[in-house]
Design a protein around this ligand. Structure first.
Ligand code: KIV
Length: 285
C-alpha cells in the first residue's frame, strides 16, 4: 500500500507549486467545481490562496471597498492598485482582474491597451469583461494577442443604468435567449471561462450545457462548473446582501464589538495593559 497522503476532502487544500493557468481552469469543464472568490488586498489574498483556484480582483471593489454606489465609477488605476496587492499576497491561485467600465467597450484596440496595461503592471494572468454578443470581436482580439479573457453574462453590474438596477435577469424568454447567446458568443470567441450572474437556476443550467467552457455561477446554479462570491459579502461584512449570498462569517458584528470594546478600554485606561507596554532596562548610555 502506498503511504501517500490521500486528499479525500475537497475542503483540504491541495499543495500547489505554481499558479493555476487559464487552460487548467478551462479543463475543469464538467469536472471538479472551480472555487473562486474576489479579493482586493494582499492579506485576504494570502489567506484564501491555497483554498481557491481563482481569485478575481472584481470591480465590485468600488462598492465594497471604496463605498461607491455602483461599479461605474471604478477606474483602471484603481483596478491596477488592487491587482498589484492581490498578486503580492497570492502565490498559486490564478488571478484575474476586471476591466472597469469605460476601459474596453469603445474598440478592441482600447480593450487591448487597457488589458495589456493591467497584465503588465499587476502581473495577473487574465482579465474579465462584462460581455454581450458585441464583445465577441474584442474577446477574440485579446485572446489571439496573448490575453486570456473571462467573460461575464447575465446581470452585468456595469450596465445597471441600462438594465434599471441590480435585479436578477432572464425573466422573459427574449432576455433568457439573449443571455444564452451572449455566453455562446463569449465561448466561441475564446473566453477561458464565463461568469453567469443573477439568473434563474434553469437558465444557468441551460448556459452550462450550451458552452464548452466552465460557467462560474453567482446567483445562478449549483450545477455551474464553479462558483464565485464577493468575499466581504460572504464574510458577513454587510447587513444587507443579495439573496444568493451565503454568509460564512459575521465580520460586521465581530468588528463592531471589537471597536466598541477598544473604545471602552481606551476610555477607562485599561488599554494599553501590561502586556502591551515596553519596559527597557537602564542602559549605560
Ligand atoms: O466585480 C466582481 O466582484 C464580479 C463578481 C461578482 C463576479 O464581477
Amino acid at each position: 500500500m502506498s503511504a501517500q497522503p490521500q486528499n479525500k476532502s475537497h475542503s483540504r487544500p491541495v499543495k500547489r507549486a505554481r499558479r493555476i493557468t487559464a487552460p487548467q481552469i478551462s479543463a475543469r469543464k464538467g469536472g471538479e467545481p472551480v472555487v473562486c472568490l474576489t479579493a482586493y488586498d494582499a492579506p485576504t489574498a494570502e489567506i484564501m490562496d491555497e483554498h481557491v483556484d481563482l481569485i478575481l480582483v472584481g470591480d465590485s471593489l468600488g462598492m465594497v471597498v471604496h463605498g461607491l454606489p455602483s461599479t461605474v465609477g471604478v477606474t483602471l488605476d484603481m483596478m491596477i492598485l488592487h491587482g498589484k496587492a492581490v498578486m503580492r499576497g497570492s502565490r498559486t491561485a490564478m488571478v484575474v482582474v476586471d476591466l472597469p467600465f469605460g476601459s474596453y467597450e469603445a474598440s478592441k484596440e482600447q480593450a487591448f491597451a487597457a488589458a495589456s496595461r493591467v497584465m503588465m503592471e499587476t502581473g495577473c494572468q487574465a482579465v474579465k469583461i462584462e460581455s454581450g454578443t458585441y464583445a465577441a470581436e474584442t474577446i477574440e482580439y485579446l485572446v489571439t494577442r496573448g490575453i486570456p479573457v473571462m467573460s461575464h453574462v447575465g446581470l452585468r453590474p456595469q450596465s445597471m443604468h441600462v438594465l434599471g438596477g441590480f435585479k436578477a435577469r432572464g425573466r422573459t424568454t427574449e432576455i433568457a435567449d439573449e443571455i444564452l447567446a451572449n455566453a455562446k458568443a463569449a465561448a466561441a470567441a475564446g473566453s477561458f471561462a464565463v461568469v453567469v450572474e443573477g439568473v434563474s437556476e434553469d437558465l444557468a443550467n441551460r448556459v452550462t450545457r450550451a458552452v464548452d467552457i466552465p460557467t462560474i455561477g453567482i446567483g445562478a446554479s449549483a450545477q455551474c462548473d464553479g462558483q464565485i462570491l464577493v468575499t466581504p459579502d460572504m464574510l458577513g461584512q454587510f447587513q444587507r446582501v443579495p439573496r444568493f449570498v451565503k454568509k460564512y462569517a459575521n465580520q460586521l458584528d465581530a468588528t463592531r464589538e471589537a471597536v466598541m470594546q477598544y473604545a471602552l478600554d481606551v476610555k477607562d485606561r485599561s488599554f494599553p495593559g501590561e502586556d502591551n507596554l515596553y519596559h527597557f532596562k537602564k542602559a549605560d548610555s
